[in-house]
Design a protein around this ligand. Structure first.
Ligand SMILES: [Zn+2]
Length: 388
């Protein structure tokens, strides 16, 4: 073999150990996802096929790009051995590129790196950040339910829920049926974390493994769902959470609150009879309150649905509509609602999501907390006394 025709010297490595300074490398990995497309060359306008996707060997998952890939035979699930792949870094994470210098051939799953269970690091829920993988975790299933979703043209069942350990709770989304039940303690390996609506979510699929454990150190679900309220500043710092409980005073309502009209098809709120998806529609009235709750450390928004709004306000949608007919000004309805809610102390539990405007809670429960006026007055006078 001449120096020209021999492939560059590769170092067999695990994907977790990929570094740009060990490039080129040799490894065995499974195709987890792939997509074929044509890229137009800037130089001469010609089209060049490229296959991009994700490879995993159980230690990590990396993006790959394969220039001039074979016409067929490369699909999700296939195990490959690549010799002479180049390692690059993109946004601080390694990626691999297969070029004409890379030899890629089929491999058997038995050639994938053998991992000692204790080689895979244990993580806690608090440590899980998007793109994290190659970890083990022990959690309690707090709740789990299955639903059917449409992925492309396919109907698939996904098991969604919430899992927790002593450090926190995280949403779970499993594309494989592990027969999970609320209350069970499990050890999970081969999952990964992605960001979903701004919150980390633990995702399981057919590569993941789930083992029942006794879970004596794990919180029980009832305890977790009844955890005492935390400060809004803390919840804000953490960017929301899956099982957030806060307590505070109603200080304002944000628009739209009061009577809103929704599209009968998609339930989006509509403006002047126009749904931004379905055009001109016959709007259906609904009642809602976007409550600003403040506990002295910070504020967040609670999106109360019709049932919660009716209960808190003490006015039903039908009654509100009757008021609107006699005084056709929707801002008056909002003012009356604010008058009834302002200064109330509420304890709210639910899922908190974070955006540029802060945390929004989608409540699972909203409870009114009675303020003990005598105690409050005493506390106030004690504080005033201190200042004297
Ligand atoms: Zn619509």
């Amino acid at each position: 073999m001449t120096a020209e025709s021999s492939p560059p010297t590769s170092v067999e490595t695990r994907l977790r150990d990929l570094r740009t300074d060990t490039s080129p490398v040799e490894f065995v990995a499974r195709v987890v996802a792939c997509e074929r497309r044509d890229v137009t060359r800037k130089s001469d306008g010609s089209r060049r096929p490229v296959l991009t996707g994700l490879l995993s060997d159980g230690t990590a998952t990396v993006r790959f790009s394969w220039w001039d890939p074979p016409r067929e035979g490369i699909e999700r699930g296939v195990v490959l051995r690549a010799v002479g792949a180049e390692v690059r870094e993109f946004r601080g994470r390694p990626e691999v590129t297969f070029s004409w210098r890379t030899r890629v051939g089929p491999a058997s799953p038995a050639e994938l790196p053998r991992l000692d269970a204790d080689e895979i690091p244990f993580r806690t829920v608090r440590d899980l950040h998007p793109s994290e993988e190659g970890f083990r975790i022990e959690v309690r299933i707090v709740r789990i339910a299955q639903k059917t979703v449409t992925v492309g043209t396919e109907r698939r069942v996904v098991h969604e829920g919430l899992v927790a350990d002593r450090t926190g709770a995280i949403a779970l989304s499993s594309w494989s049926d592990f027969g999970l039940h609320a209350g069970e303690a499990v050890r999970i390996a081969g999952g990964y974390v992605r960001a979903f609506r701004g919150r980390p979510q633990l995702v399981l699929d057919d590569r993941s493994s789930v083992v029942r454990v006794d879970g004596t150190d794990l919180p029980d679900p009832a305890q977790l769902l009844a955890s005492p309220p935390r400060s809004i500043a803390e919840v804000d710092d953490e960017g929301g959470g899956e099982a957030v409980a806060v307590e505070g005073l109603v200080v304002a309502l944000l628009p739209p609150s009061g009577i809103v009209f929704r599209c009968p098809t998609c339930h989006r709120s509509i403006r002047s009879g126009i749904c931004r998806v379905h055009g001109q529609v016959e709007g259906q009235p609904d009642l809602r309150a976007r409550i600003v709750l403040d506990d002295g450390t910070g504020a967040l928004t609670v999106n109360a649905n019709r049932a919660d709004t009716e209960r808190l306000w003490g006015v039903t949608l039908a009654e509100a509509e009757a008021r609107l007919r006699s005084q056709p000004d929707p801002t008056l309805i909002e003012e009356q609602m604010l008058e009834a809610l302002l200064g109330r102390r509420l304890r709210v539990r639910g899922v908190g999501t974070h955006d540029d405007f802060g945390v929004t809670l989608t409540p699972e429960s909203i409870d009114r907390v009675d303020i003990d006026l005598d105690a409050a007055a005493e506390e106030l006078s004690a504080r005033l006394g201190d200042r004297r």
